[in-house]
Write a protein that binds this ligand. Structure first.
Ligand code: HEM
Length: 401
């Protein structure tokens, strides 16, 4: 029988390898590094042998796809293929070995071009676009901690997306609509889930395993001659939909504009549409103040305004948790003990960790509407809604603990 030379079969072979030998080699290498508590080990025969097999076999399989000069017509299939190439390049970067990019980079570039995204894997390839086969989704290793990380991370992303979708239905119905109560209560429940999954992640993920064996796959890497920043769990649009629809962050704020511009090429194509829609959203907190000030509020308006306050409280709590129970213990503290020459290696995005943490702290304070002398937050609007509710007879709905 003659060999199957179609582009489809070349992609299938690559997919099989990524789900099989690729994961096995990475796992073996991680166990070697972990035994030495090293981020990477060089000049060791066992490590060199494994990483060379990874570079060689992955490169050959990707080259076979590139040589066909034919892209899948389906957008999801193209995005998935970009993810496979990205996993390969991300692993090469993680093990600090140089792949031959002469065919790999142009293929990543043309896929990215057809999709309008950066030519690297993003966290969307790990949650919203991670197709399971036989009950197993794609991962770099088969380590239990990577599974814990990807599962809770993915679930937290799903929960944020659910909250965002519930909120997107509110403006068209109007804040005083009794039907809106359903959407706002759904968004509050989804944010409780975000907190639950984040707590499970903080409790179950091992700090050392994350630091030595998982985080290094999220670094920035080069595609052709350009370096592309690393993947991070925030690369989805739902979180920004919540920010702007609630009125906690503004698309007119130059700081926030930079956050969105940085993230735009790294979110999945369908999420880019949502990011483009952000400037058209009217903040729900502004609507709540205007409608409560207009006269004696109807019971549904009072109930919905109270739910809006609950929503902001849960949202703030989740962002504060991310900072203090995930970023600090899983990244900032272990990084403080790492060799100084590896400092710029410590974050997904590339800039020094201090800068990344400052940006995150600013986002956290906007999302939690904290009082900060150097920052305009939504604190005044939240307090005003609270006052107007008090004036109109107290909270309409008591929050259950
Ligand atoms: C061990 C767990 C985690 C650690 C160490 C961590 C760390 C970080 C770091 C350092 C950043 C800044 C990215 C950079 O520029 O390098 C970031 C961003 C972000 N992370 Fe996490 N993260 C974790 C889990 C999660 C989870 C479970 C979620 C929930 C979906 C999440 C949501 C976000 C968001 C939304 C951003 C982007 C900033 C923004 O636009 O809000 N992270 N994270």
């Amino acid at each position: 029988m003659s060999p199957d030379l179609s582009s489809e079969s070349a992609v299938k072979d690559l997919d099989r390898w990524i789900r099989g030998e690729f994961r096995e080699i990475n796992t073996e290498l991680e166990e070697i590094y972990f035994a030495e508590r090293a981020i990477v080990l060089q000049d060791r025969a066992d490590v060199d042998k494994l990483s060379q097999v990874l570079v060689r076999d992955g490169g050959a399989l990707i080259n076979r796809v590139a040589e066909r000069r034919e892209l899948p017509s389906d957008q999801n299939a193209r995005y998935e293929l970009l993810g496979m190439i990205g996993f390969y390049l991300g692993a090469c970067r993680r093990h600090e070995v140089q792949p031959d990019q002469s065919q790999v980079a142009p293929l990543a570039q043309i896929l990215a071009w057809s999709l309008g995204v950066a030519p690297r894997f993003s966290s969307a390839h790990q949650h919203i676009h991670n197709r399971a086969v036989g009950g197993t989704f794609n991962s770099f290793t088969s380590l239990a901690d990577e599974r814990i990380f990807l599962t809770y991370n993915g679930l937290a992303v799903m929960a944020y997306r659910r909250a965002a979708h519930a909120l997107l239905d509110v403006p068209v119905l109007g804040l005083s609509n009794p039907l809106v109560t359903y959407h706002l209560a759904d968004a509050v429940a989804a944010l409780r889930d975000v907190m639950g999954y984040s707590q499970a992640l903080a409790n179950e993920l091992d700090v050392e395993r994350f630091f030595y064996n998982i985080r290094p796959y999220f670094k920035s890497y080069r595609v052709g001659s350009r370096e592309f920043r690393g993947a991070n769990a925030g690369d989805f649009a739902g979180i920004n939909v919540i920010d702007v629809l609630l009125g906690l962050c503004s698309p007119h704020d130059p700081f926030y504009q930079e956050v969105i511009a940085d993230k735009y090429p790294y979110v999945a194509p369908e999420d880019q549409k949502l990011l483009r829609a952000l400037p058209t959203f009217k903040p729900l907190l502004t609507t709540a103040v205007a409608e409560l000030e207009a006269g004696v509020p109807s019971p549904p308006l009072r109930e919905n305004a109270q739910l809006l306050l609950d929503l902001c409280r849960h949202y703030g709590a989740a962002t504060v948790f991310h900072h203090h129970r995930l970023v600090v213990p899983f990244l900032q503290k272990p990084a403080a003990d790492a060799p100084p020459e590896r400092d710029s290696d410590m974050t997904a995005s590339g800039p020094p960790l201090k800068e990344v943490v400052e940006t995150l702290a600013r986002l956290r304070d906007l999302r939690a509407a904290r009082q900060r002398p150097d920052l305009v937050t939504a604190r005044a609007a939240l307090d005003r809604v609270g006052e107007l509710l008090d004036d109109s007879g107290g909270p309409a709905l008591l929050e259950q603990p």
